[in-house]
Ligand binder design. Structure first.
Ligand code: NAD
Length: 550
C-alpha cells in the first residue's frame, strides 16, 4: 500500500471543510507517526485507528458525511452515522475506556488482541498529533522553569541527561538546545536516532559513550548548545555514568517506560529480541524490562542525591520502578507538579494549530500576528520567535503555542478572519494536547499531589468533553490509558476548524472560552491562588458554594 500523507491544497474530497479538515488531521497523524504500517503514531502502541479496515471506513465515511451528521468512533473503529444538526460535532469518539476494576494492563492487552479496542495515546486516535513539535514547547518550558528555579535563569554550560528519541521524546534534544544546554539522549534504536537527525531535531550521533561525553564536556565548557544521540540502553548508560561519577545538571527519561511489553527495551535486548520474547515468553520480557527500569531509576536517584535536578517526564517510570523494587522512586518529582502547575492553574497549556492547505506561509503569518498582537505575553513571544527560527516543519505545517483563557479565543478568531479574507491560503485546525488544565486526570502525571487531594477524580475530563460537545466543537474525544497506563488516566481532546465562516467563529468562541474556562475552574476548585486570580481577572463565572454556607 502507498504511504499515507495528508492531502494539501484547497480541493475538497469531502462535502465540507469540517469533514475535510478532520480527514487531513487523520492522515497527518499517520504521516508524522512512528510506524505507519501498524497505524502506530507514538508511545509504543498509540494508534490512529483500530485497524486498516477501520481506517478505510473512516476515510470513506468522512468523504460522504453531511454537515448535519455525526460519525461515532469507538476505540478507533467507526460504528455508525447519526443524524444530529449542523452545530453538533462531526466526530465523537471514546478510546480505550475500561470500567474501573477491569482497567488493567492484562485486560488491555487481551482486548487489544481480540481486536476490541486500541489505545489512542492522548492525541493519536484523536488525530491531533503534529509530530514531535506537539510536546516541544512543554519540554522547553520545563527546562526554562528549571533554569529559573536552579540555574540563575540560563542553561548555557549545563548538561542534561535523558533517554528516548521516539515520537514525543524526540522533542527533547531540540528543546534542550533551544534552552541553550548540552543534552545527551540515550536511545536503543539507531533508526529513531537517524529519524531525529533527518528532521532536524538532533545534531550528532555516536555509539561510543566516551566520544559522547567528550562532545558534551566540550560543549559545556564552551557554554555551547549541543544535542547528542547515544546509541545504547538507558538501563546500562545511566548506572555507568553514576558509577564513573559523571554528574549531569538535569536528568530525566522519556522512553516508553509505561509499557513493559511493547515500550521499554530491557538491558541486553535488541528491538528484534524484544519482539521475539514478547511472543515466546511475555512474562520474562516484562520482568526484565521492570528490572532494567529499576536499575535506571536507582541511577536517577543517585544523580538526585548528588545534586542534579531530576524529574519524571510523564512516562510512569517511577510507578514501574516502585513495582520492581525501588520504594523511593517517588522522591523524584513529576514535571507537572514540579514545573508547570502554575501555568496550568491559569489554563495556560499546549494549544496548537495546523495549516490544512499545507502552506507553511500560513503558519508564518500567524506567527507574525502573535508577535504583533501578544506583545505583553512573554511566554508566547519568546516561544514564537524561537520556534520560527528552530522548529522544522513535520507533516502539515503546524505550531504549538502555550496560551491561556481568552488568548486562545482571540487568536483563533483572528485566524478565522484571516481565512475569510483570503490572507491565509486555506482553513486552519485548532486543537490542544489532552494534557491540559481541565481535560486530564492522571494521578501520577497531571494531577499528582493536587492541593485538595483530588488527584484521581476523573469527573473533570468527562465534564470537559460534554461541555465541548455542547459548545459545538468539531471533534470531541474521551481517552483512557492503555498498556501500563491502564487504570491510570482519563483525558479529553477537542479539535476545531477555522474555515472562515461565521459558524466557525461561533464554534471557536464558545468552545475555546469554555474549554479553558473549565480548566481555570478545575484548579480554582482545588484552591490554587493563580486560578482564583484568573477567575477574577477574566470574569469567569465561578459558583462559590462557600458563600451559601448555612
Ligand atoms: P515512543 O515509543 O515513540 O519512543 C520511545 C523511545 O524509547 C523509542 O525510540 C525506543 O527505542 C526508546 N527506548 C525504549 N527503551 C529504551 C531503553 N531502555 N533505553 C533507551 N531507549 C529506549 O514513545 P514517545 O511517544 O516518545 O513517548 C515516550 C514516553 O513519554 C511515553 O511513555 C509517553 O506516554 C510519554 N509522554 C509524555 C508526555 C509528556 O507530556 N511529558 C507527552 C507525550 C508522551
Amino acid at each position: 500500500m502507498e504511504r499515507i500523507t495528508a492531502a494539501r491544497g484547497t480541493t475538497l474530497r469531502c462535502k465540507g471543510w469540517r469533514q475535510e479538515a478532520l480527514l487531513r488531521m487523520l492522515e497527518n497523524v499517520l504521516e508524522n507517526g512512528e510506524n505507519q504500517k501498524e497505524l502506530t503514531v507514538y508511545a509504543a502502541l498509540a494508534k490512529a485507528a483500530r485497524n486498516w479496515d477501520s481506517y478505510h471506513a473512516i476515510v470513506d465515511t468522512l468523504q460522504n458525511l453531511e454537515e448535519d451528521e455525526t460519525l461515532v468512533i469507538q476505540s478507533g473503529k467507526p460504528i455508525g452515522i447519526m443524524r444530529t444538526h449542523k452545530y453538533a460535532p462531526i466526530v465523537v469518539m471514546a478510546n480505550c475506556n475500561m470500567v474501573g476494576k477491569w482497567a488493567t494492563s492484562d485486560n488491555f492487552y487481551r482486548y487489544q488482541e481480540q481486536g476490541l479496542l486500541v489505545w489512542g495515546g492522548l492525541t493519536a486516535a484523536a488525530w491531533q498529533y503534529i509530530g514531535s513539535q506537539g510536546v516541544i514547547q512543554g519540554t522547553y518550558e520545563i527546562f526554562q522553569s528549571i533554569a529559573r528555579m536552579h540555574f540563575d535563569g540560563e542553561l548555557a554550560g549545563r548538561f542534561i541527561l535523558t533517554a528516548g528519541l521516539g515520537g514525543m521524546g524526540g522533542a527533547q534534544p531540540l528543546a534542550g538546545t533551544m534552552a541553550g544546554a548540552a543534552i545527551l539522549c540515550v536511545e536503543v534504536s539507531e533508526a529513531r536516532i537517524d529519524k531525529r537527525i533527518e528532521v532536524g531535531y538532533l545534531q550528532r550521533k555516536t555509539n561510543n559513550l566516551d566520544e559522547a561525553l567528550a562532545w558534551i564536556e566540550e560543549a559545556v565548557s564552551k557554554r555551547e548548545a549541543l544535542s547528542v544521540g547515544l546509541l545504547g540502553n538507558a538501563a546500562d548508560i545511566f548506572p555507568e555514568l553514576a558509577r564513573r561519577g559523571v554528574q549531569p545538571d538535569i536528568v530525566t527519561d522519556q522512553t516508553s517506560a509505561h509499557d513493559l511489553l511493547y515500550g521499554y527495551i530491557p538491558s541486553g535486548y535488541s528491538n528484534e529480541e524484544a519482539a521475539s520474547v514478547r511472543e515466546s515468553d511475555p512474562d520474562r520480557l516484562r520482568a526484565d524490562a521492570g528490572a532494567s527500569i529499576a536499575r535506571e531509576v536507582r541511577a536517577m536517584l543517585e544523580f538526585q542525591r548528588r545534586g542534579a535536578v531530576v524529574f519524571d517526564n510523564g512516562n510512569n517510570i517511577r510507578t514501574q520502578a516502585v513495582e520492581y523494587g525501588v520504594p523511593d522512586a517517588f522522591d523524584i518529582v513529576v514535571f507537572t507538579e514540579g514545573f508547570l502547575r502554575p501555568l496550568f492553574a491559569r489554563a495556560i497549556g499546549p494549544f496548537r494549530w495546523v495549516a490544512l492547505s499545507g502552506d507553511v506561509q500560513d503558519i508564518r503569518k500567524i506567527d507574525d500576528y502573535i508577535l504583533e498582537q501578544f506583545k505583553d505575553n512573554e511566554i508566547a513571544v519568546n516561544w514564537i520567535e524561537l520556534a520560527n527560527k528552530h522548529v522544522p516543519v513535520e507533516g502539515l505545517p503546524a505550531r504549538i503555542g502555550w496560551f491561556g483563557h481568552g488568548d486562545r479565543t482571540k487568536l483563533a478568531l483572528a485566524v478565522n478572519d484571516m481565512v475569510a479574507k483570503g490572507i491565509l491560503s486555506g482553513p486552519v485546525a485548532f486543537s490542544r494536547d489532552h494534557l491540559d488544565a481541565g481535560s486530564m486526570a492522571h494521578p501520577n502525571i497531571m494531577t499528582e499531589n493536587m492541593k485538595d487531594g483530588s488527584d484521581a477524580i476523573a469527573d473533570w475530563p468527562l465534564l470537559n468533553a460534554m461541555l465541548n460537545c455542547s459548545s459545538m466543537a468539531d471533534l470531541v474525544a474521551i481517552h483512557s490509558g492503555g498498556g501500563g497506563y491502564s487504570g491510570y488516566m482519563t483525558s479529553a481532546g477537542v479539535t476545531l476548524v477555522a474555515d472562515g465562516t461565521e459558524d466557525a467563529a461561533l464554534r471557536l468562541k464558545t468552545t475555546l472560552d469554555n474549554d479553558t474556562g473549565l480548566g481555570v475552574l478545575r484548579y480554582a476548585d482545588a484552591g490554587y491562588e493563580e486560578s482564583l486570580d484568573e477567575v477574577g481577572r477574566k470574569g469567569i463565572r465561578r459558583i462559590d458554594t462557600a458563600q451559601f454556607k448555612q
